[in-house]
Design a protein around this ligand. Structure first.
Ligand code: HEC
Ligand code: HEC
Ligand code: HEC
Ligand code: HEC
Ligand code: HEC
Ligand code: HEC
Length: 293
């Protein structure tokens, strides 16, 4: 699975784009490498400028910077977007009208929001609900999905007894959607926050659950039927076809007998972003159909 965060000094995406500038909201923004090699985020107007070090870059293809200013955390008001190969106003902040340099630099986050950011995008950054950024590591540790695994390993080498962790390979579809949904959002969280319309295409557990194929008790439609969570997603069609054909008879489709997901899991561009997602709401799609839910 992809890594959801980059940390200074390993800012790979910025190294490929050592100087980025954009003008937005009447302010001038620059993300650039300073003389000692560290990346900084600068916002300027006629009266002054504010420069902050970039320590945390969230996302892989697109990146938003989490900045620290006077002991508070801010989500940068401009982000790197792959589609424009440069900076643009951060998705969701299009309607923000900054009144000063600090507001133009970024959107101040609440304690709860920033803790959630680091909890989904890395490991070790949050302990007992508090930020522990000195321990933050990019990526997910085994323990994040295999709860109890490290206690069990220690018990085998003389530590206190600990039960064998739950075997995830035995999980039902619905339970796995809830596990992955801790970060990819569960059906319940999308519905309770009323996140309807194309913006919810990024919430795979919700989209998948809407599809007639989603039988909650059936392991053949759980996330790991199609994805090995230990690796990046495959682009090979044959593997996905096999999953579809584990439930559907080979001649069910009147149109084709291969490349099922190319028609039945259409690509959708999330509004306001350059990102394209594969709609996990598996269904018959006709040109011009409205986006369901
Ligand atoms: C994003 C969640 C996630 C992370 C992180 C993760 N795994 Fe898994 N792992 C799974 C899932 C889901 C399965 C079940 C896959 C299946 O067979 O359908 C699994 C299966 C396994 C299995 C087979 C036994 C079982 O529980 O089903 C082993 C062994 C395993 N993982 C080891 C690891 C190790 C070692 C790491 C860390 C390097 C790791 N995993 C990280 C989700 C994860
Ligand atoms: C602790 C949070 C967390 C959990 C739990 C989690 N993911 Fe992820 N996953 C992420 C983040 C964050 C990204 C985005 C990485 C990026 O694009 O920057 C991601 C990306 C992915 C991707 C796309 C990777 C790519 O390179 O495009 C797949 C596929 C995926 N996750 C599958 C799963 C599955 C399956 C499970 C459950 C077994 C799971 N994830 C559980 C946080 C999580
Ligand atoms: C509930 C878990 C969760 C929380 C909280 C969360 N994210 Fe994410 N984020 C994800 C997952 C999963 C992905 C990958 C799928 C996607 O693009 O939506 C992602 C993707 C991203 C991306 C890449 C977007 C793109 O278009 O490629 C950025 C940037 C990002 N998150 C930043 C943040 C920031 C900043 C915060 C806090 C203000 C935050 N996230 C909070 C789970 C989370
Ligand atoms: C029936 C097969 C199938 C199942 C089940 C499935 N996926 Fe996917 N998923 C795909 C395909 C196909 C892609 C696109 C892969 C590529 O990049 O070519 C994809 C891509 C993704 C991505 C990358 C962003 C996107 O939407 O394109 C994430 C994240 C993801 N899946 C998460 C999940 C999670 C979480 C679950 C369980 C709730 C899940 N998937 C269940 C087939 C599946
Ligand atoms: C766990 C078993 C299972 C898997 C795996 C599965 N399906 Fe289904 N699918 C079903 C069931 C059950 C229905 C509902 C059949 C009915 O209503 O007659 C269905 C319905 C459909 C429909 C008709 C949907 C509609 O709205 O009328 C399509 C299209 C479809 N599946 C395609 C696929 C494709 C493509 C894949 C692989 C990406 C897939 N299915 C994977 C069980 C599955
Ligand atoms: C080129 C696009 C395309 C591909 C590839 C494709 N399908 Fe379809 N499929 C369709 C269309 C369009 C329909 C609706 C046909 C209609 O209503 O006349 C359909 C219908 C279906 C149905 C519903 C049948 C019914 O009687 O309601 C299922 C199930 C299905 N496809 C499964 C699959 C599977 C499984 C694969 C891969 C082995 C696949 N499809 C490959 C376009 C495609």
């Amino acid at each position: 699975m992809g890594i959801g965060i980059e940390m200074a000094p390993d800012l790979k995406l910025l190294r490929e784009h050592p100087k980025l500038t954009v003008q937005a909201n009447g302010y001038f923004y620059e993300v650039a490498r300073n003389s000692d090699g560290a990346f900084t985020y600068t916002v300027k107007d006629r009266d002054g400028s504010l420069t902050l070090p970039i320590r945390y870059a969230f996302g892989v293809r697109n990146q938003t910077f989490v900045l620290e200013y006077q002991g508070r955390f801010y989500e940068s008001l401009v982000s790197y977007y792959d589609a424009v190969a440069g900076l643009a106003v951060t998705m969701g902040d299009e309607r923000v009208t900054p009144h000063n340099l600090v507001e133009a630099m970024g959107r101040q986050t609440s304690d709860q929001e920033i803790t959630a950011c680091f909890d989904c995008h890395g490991t070790g950054g949050v302990t007992n609900g508090q930020l522990t950024l000195d321990k933050l590591k990019p990526g997910l540790t085994c323990e994040r999905c295999h709860a109890g695994a490290s206690a069990h390993m220690q018990s085998l080498t003389g530590g206190p007894p600990a039960p064998v962790p739950q075997k995830l390979a035995a999980m039902r579809a619905e339970d796995m959607s809830d596990l992955c949904g801790e970060c990819h959002r569960t059906w319940e969280s999308v519905v309770s926050q009323r996140l309807f319309g194309e913006k919810n295409v990024r919430f795979q557990p919700y989209r998948l659950a809407n599809s007639k194929c989603f039988l909650g008790d059936d392991p053949r439609i759980r996330c790991s039927a199609c994805h090995d969570p230990h690796h990046d997603p495959s682009h090979e069609q044959a593997g996905y076809d096999k999953v579809c054909l584990s439930c559907h008879a080979p001649k069910t489709c009147p149109v084709d007998d291969k490349n099922c997901v190319t028609c039945h899991m259409p690509k959708v561009r999330a509004p306001g972003s350059g990102s394209v997602f594969n709609d996990h709401y598996i269904r018959v799609v006709h040109a011009g159909d409205p986006y369901p839910y």
